[in-house]
Design a protein around this ligand. Structure first.
Ligand code: CU
Length: 68
């Protein structure tokens, strides 16, 4: 199990955070995800055998947010 915190740009409200949580929550291998628009951070726990950080980043970017 791998844990990571990604800093994003573009989350403006709780709705943005929920969009990220839902999209990442549907990725195979994600165990836990918590997005917070006030800190612009996404905390994740995922199975590194199934998923890598590049895939997670591109999923967030596909929603229109930036990962810094
Ligand atoms: Cu929003």
């Amino acid at each position: 199990m791998e844990q990571t915190t990604l800093t994003t740009k573009g989350m403006h409200c709780g709705g943005c955070a929920s969009r990220i949580e839902q999209a990442l929550g549907h990725l195979d291998g994600v165990r836990q995800v918590k997005a917070d628009h006030t800190s612009q951070q996404v905390e994740l726990a995922f199975d590194e055998a199934t998923l890598d950080e590049a895939t997670i980043r591109s999923r967030i970017e596909a929603l229109g947010f930036e990962v810094v």
